[in-house]
Design a protein around this ligand. Structure first.
Ligand code: NAD
Length: 454
């Protein structure tokens, strides 16, 4: 109880231990002076810097006044909670949990929850802001939010992950709700984690499936949700391909990060006849010009095998993955992995951003000069939140759609978003990323104005 009260008091407050931008910059400069990012590592520029840059470029283009920029950049509400958990080493480990509600002008806050040691308040702020623009670009009636816990979930026993998931929900439940803020999976969280969170919320509020999306099918999850982000990426690529002189059946691709998004994108690309010539995850990377079987690799990992031990490819240094010649490179791991130090080495025609903020502004510039066509995160990976919207709608109605209906409706929304953004890009002579931000920001500003919020 005391913990819940602490969480409530923390509503609207900033993290006590949060570092100032100056301190963060100082730490970064120190890291840079020790050698800077190596190719393949994450860039020194933070996810927050990345999203802020693209936001500012779009605001400049729109001529948005400075006072309005402050409103639409700053998160509405930020909650930080302490999560102590006794681990098998007998010690209590204290993790930090965050839920940040960025903007709710267009509907209830919506966004995933990430369990990763590198989670920090700035990363969650960046991801929450991105959700605001993404839901607007996709045209689904949600605002933007994100959450995270800085725990190494992939190294922990499932029982300990469960303790963390339940403890996190206990401490943030007061600001969540099916009409207030709805969570979902992200890095290192999955349908099982969502089930634990829904169960914990239900202890306090009664059975409430619409509190989280990305749930198991057995617990009112939606057919098609698990594959949705990867499938949505492929829908976007299929829209773009004819304009780029590419045919999916003759396409070669590389995937960075073979988790939910990466493995589904790969399997669906393969269904269309495309060939995966390189792939990585946190354990390493492999390549094969003859093609790596995406389904067999998924089964291998699913049954406890390591990607690096998969027999259908040759090991290579993860830093070299970006140098593999291919038509489409799909970043589907963490932010900032395509940066100034490795962008020029890339040998692809298209970057299909499954991950959030994978490309730094400096890399974006280099790639534009190399004529690489980037389908940006803010539209490319919206498939997850679109089917989360479908899951929420189904939960509110207690009615289930079949998978074909889900996938067809997803396709309709993704194609519409691609056409709207690419038309804007053509009209204004700008790239897709800038056009997507313009569309997203305009819709959010209009909603906030119409409500009378600004
Ligand atoms: P996940 O945990 O299922 O998979 C992440 C994958 O990245 C894992 O295979 C992991 O091993 C790999 N990885 C981690 N560090 C790596 C490194 N340094 N090099 C190569 N691979 C590395 O997570 P996910 O849900 O697939 O999310 C992946 C990305 O997609 C994230 O950026 C996430 O924010 C974004 N995203 C996810 C969804 C969703 O619905 N799950 C929706 C939109 C965007």
């Amino acid at each position: 109880m005391a913990d819940t009260e602490t969480a409530t008091e923390a509503v609207g407050e900033r993290e006590q231990t949060d570092k100032s931008p100056e301190a963060v910059q100082e730490a970064r400069s120190e890291a840079e002076s020790k050698g800077g990012p190596k190719p393949g590592q994450r860039a020194e520029v933070s996810n927050l810097d990345i999203v802020r840059h693209y936001f500012e470029v779009a605001c400049d283009h729109l001529g948005l006044a400075d006072d309005l920029r402050v409103v639409f950049w700053a998160p509405y509400r930020e909650v930080t909670v302490q999560i102590p958990v006794r681990l098998p080493d007998g010690k209590i480990h204290v993790y930090s949990g965050y839920r940040i509600q960025h903007n709710g002008a267009r509907g209830p806050y919506k966004g995933g929850i990430r369990f990763h040691p590198e989670v920090n308040i700035d990363e969650v702020r960046a991801l929450a802001s991105l959700m605001t623009w993404k839901t607007a670009v996709a045209g689904v009636p949600f605002g933007g939010a994100k959450g995270g816990v800085n725990c190494p979930a992939d190294q922990l026993d499932p029982a300990d992950v469960q303790k963390i998931a339940r403890s996190f929900m206990d401490k943030v439940e007061k600001i969540l709700g099916p009409t207030r803020d709805i969570a979902a999976p992200d890095v290192n969280t999955n349908a099982q984690v969502m089930a634990w969170m829904m169960d914990e919320y239900g202890k306090l509020h009664g059975h409430t499936p619409a509190i989280v999306t990305g749930k198991p099918i057995a617990l009112e999850g939606s057919y098609g949700r698990e594959a949705a982000t990867g499938r949505g990426c492929v829908y976007m690529f299929r829209e773009a391909a004819p304009h780029l002189g590419l045919s999916p059946a003759d396409t070669t691709f590389v995937v960075q990060g073979y988790g939910n998004v990466g493995s589904w994108a790969a399997r669906i690309m393969q269904q269309l006849g495309a060939k995966m010539v390189g792939v990585s995850d946190a354990t390493g990377a492999i390549r094969s010009d003859a093609g790596i079987n995406a389904n067999a690799l998924y089964e291998h990992i699913h049954h406890g095998g390591k990607l690096i031990e998969f027999e259908g490819g040759e090991p290579l240094a993860p830093t070299d993955l970006v140098t593999i010649p291919c038509d489409v490179f799909i970043p589907a791991a963490l932010g900032g992995m395509i940066h100034e130090e490795n962008a020029d080495d890339m040998r692809c025609k298209v970057i299909l951003e499954g991950a959030n903020s994978p490309t730094t502004p400096a890399a974006d510039e280099i790639l534009r000069e190399k004529d690489v066509y980037i389908i940006p995160d803010v539209m490319a990976n919206a498939g997850g939140v679109v089917v989360s919207y479908f899951e929420w709608v189904q939960n509110l109605q207690h009615f289930r759609w079949d998978e074909r209906e889900v996938n067809d409706k997803l396709g309709t929304i993704m194609r519409r978003a691609y056409r709207e953004v690419s038309a804007r890009a053509r009209e204004e002579g700008i790239d897709l990323r800038e056009a997507a931000y313009l569309v997203g920001i305009e819709r959010v500003v209009e909603a906030a104005r119409t409500r009378g919020y600004v």
